[in-house]
Ligand binder design. Structure first.
Ligand SMILES: *[C@@H]1O[C@H](CO)[C@@H](O)[C@H](O)[C@H]1NC(C)=O
Ligand SMILES: *[C@@H]1O[C@H](CO)[C@@H](O)[C@H](O)[C@H]1NC(C)=O
Length: 383
């Protein structure tokens, strides 16, 4: 099909407060780990920061998040087996929709987050994506990207040379291979024929790059906290430090190339806006994860190439006041989101949802239930 369907612009109105969110029955969730072989050509840098010098690392990260290219010197082969930790949640027994075939949503977090963001950092059911998806009959798998999370078996490989965009894309590809099969590597015990990729922010970049390299891996891309219009001004203004030096009790085992946001106020300014609970923003800072110099320096590699061969469906969900990916007023943001459909010339369907008065980490805002509803009303039309 050549024609793209009309985007569904679902503007939300009215005030939703945390108190109005209905308590949902407990999901059926368990921790799982995949062991995945990764063989990929990563980028080699010709003037990398000294791995033992925080100043050089932070300058390098800030420069690349500001949109500057780090000089490269060819590629380097990464050929290793990595562990991907995840939380797998099954649909509720009395889900509103029964499906003949199992459908899996794979949830991939952004920078300085891990898989816990999808369940709202434990701060309430109204922020819980898996709970909303499980109630609709979908299975969910929220992963820790390599180098992230706090599980006992988490790996923190070389931040510059290993933890790069290409490794993340390849690990999701291998994960999808596993869950589409009935083989030993599929620890979910269910073979999934349909996969919906859900990304937030950097996780959305990983999704578009995956769709470009492996166009038939997923049936739909749901890209949240994302657009093709990236504010490098906001990105470059986020203050970073080496996580192990900022907070040794939480990040002791990380090399200095694992960096994170230094101040609560800066994090709040970059990630929150308008309709949210300030105590959520505080917890969001206390529970923050990391990003790496390798991720920041390879962002453009995975973010800038349109997935021209991808013929699946695309849905974008981004807040009007997302300081990194949109711009108020609503009409301006809407036109930016509308324009992202050009990034997917082969997509069979495109739609978007734009929560009002909402910042970058949209699922930690009061509008989260509206966003969950907007996404699932669209998904329900096809899956
Ligand atoms: C580029 O890589 C080659 C091969 O690893 C190495 O010999 C050379 O010194 C590197 N050049 C720079 C400028 O880093
Ligand atoms: C770290 O790098 C900065 C900038 O290159 C340099 O000025 C400083 O002396 C270095 N610190 C150490 C301890 O090497």
């Amino acid at each position: 099909m050549k024609l793209l369907s009309t985007a569904s612009l679902l503007l939300c109105s009215g005030i939703i407060t945390a108190a109005t969110a209905k308590p949902s029955p407990k999901s059926d969730c368990s921790k799982v780990s995949f062991r995945l072989p990764i063989s990929v050509q990563n980028t080699a840098f010709s003037s990398p920061p000294d791995p033992n010098n925080e100043t050089e690392i932070v300058d390098f990260v800030t420069s690349t998040f500001s949109g500057n290219l780090a000089p490269t010197n060819g590629t380097q082969l990464i050929d290793e087996t990595f562990t991907i930790n995840a939380i797998y949640c099954k649909p509720l027994k009395h889900a509103s929709k029964k499906r003949s075939a199992a459908i899996l949503q794979i949830l991939v977090h952004g920078i300085t987050y891990n898989k816990d963001m999808w369940s709202g950092l434990g701060l309430g059911e109204q922020y819980n994506w898996p709970a909303a998806a499980n109630a609709e009959g979908y299975h969910t798998l929220a992963i820790d990207r390599i180098g992230h999370g706090f599980e006992k078996n988490a790996q923190y490989p070389d931040p510059l040379n290993v933890v790069q965009g290409a490794v993340h894309v390849e690990s999701v590809h291998q994960l999808i291979k596993a869950v589409r099969s009935s083989g030993r590597k599929n620890v979910l015990d269910t073979r999934f024929d349909k996969i919906i990729y859900v990304g937030h922010s950097y996780g959305s970049f990983v999704g578009t790059a995956l769709a470009g390299l492996y166009p038939s891996d997923v049936d739909a891309l749901v890209l949240t906290g994302w657009s093709t219009s990236i504010s490098t001004t906001t990105g470059g203004a986020i203050p970073f430090r080496s996580a192990a030096l900022l907070d040794p009790s939480r990040f002791r085992s990380r090399a200095l190339g694992y960096v994170t946001v230094t101040e609560e106020s800066s994090r709040e300014t970059a990630f929150f806006y308008g309709r949210y609970d300030r105590t959520v923003a505080q917890r969001d800072f206390e529970l923050e994860d990391t990003t790496t110099d390798g991720e920041s320096a390879t962002i453009l590699d995975i973010a800038s190439v349109p997935p021209v061969g991808y013929k699946g469906r695309v849905f974008v969900a981004t807040g009007t006041n997302d300081a990194l990916f949109c711009e108020p007023p609503a009409e301006t943001c809407a036109s930016l989101l509308e324009a992202t459909r050009q990034f997917f010339p082969g997509a069979v369907e495109f739609g978007y949802y734009m929560p009002l008065e909402t910042g970058h980490c949209l699922t930690l805002h009061y509008t989260a239930p509206e966003t969950f509803r907007g996404v699932h009303e669209w998904l329900r039309r096809f899956f």
